[in-house]
Structures are given as structure tokens and as C-alpha cells.
Design a protein. Sequence first.
Length: 153
Amino acid sequence: MTIGDRIPEILGTDQDGKTVKASDYRGRKIILYSYPKASTSGCTAEACSLQAHQAELAAAGYAIIGVSKDKPAAQKKFAEANGLAFPLIADTETTLLQTLGCWGEKVACGRRTVGTLRTTYLVDENGIITKIFPPKAIKTKIHAEQILAYLAE
């Protein structure tokens, strides 16, 4: 997906078994971010950055939704261990990840693999993507600050 595209209506099922739909957020903006694996150091740093700045992001009109290939139980454990107060979609079949375009080949430690490409999408009140932070632009420990700096421009 690219800037100007509408996100899918059905985003997936979160860590609590609830279906997450774009229409649940109509009239609100969304930070929809994909991450490779729950409870790993980089993904934990990114999620905790977003959680730590959730009030500021909410004041700017944004709700946060995370998505990874992890199973619901892993997402729930990740959310509980880190006090995450936002939905984490368990996209075990990679349906949403593929639709968004953040599932593909990547290189880690010289090895080529296929998996989730860490990406963040800012979505407006109508479900339209307005900004994409690609994998190389994201600094996990300060990702919320990166978003807030962009919003202040």
C-alpha cells in the first residue's frame, strides 16, 4: 500500500480475540505499525516507546494498533509484560501484513529471509494512509518521538 490508499476494513483479531476493524476508528487517526516478533528487544523497545507517549499521541488524535505474525497468546503475553494498552493484531496467516506491503524479503546478519518488515503507517480519520515510515527510517527506542516530530512539522 502507498500514501493515499485506504486500509482494509477488517484488520484482524487482537490479543484478546476481538476483531479489529478500521470502522471502529472512524473519526480517529491511527498509527498502524508492523513489527517482526513480540517480546524481542527491538520490538519491545518500539512498543514501549509508543506506550510511553500514548497520551501525547492520543492528544494528537491517534490510536495505536500493532500487528505481527505472532499467535494471540504471544501477543497477549507481550502486551501484559509491557503494559501495552492498545490492540496487537495476531496476523498468523500474514493477510494484513501482505496487504499492507510489509511482508517480504529481508536481510539479517547476512542471511536472506522472508518476514515482517518493520513499518509504520499513519492513517487519517477516513482510513487513508497519509504517511509511511519505512523499515530503515524507524529507530525503535525513539519511534514515538519520531512520529511526534513528524506531526509537529
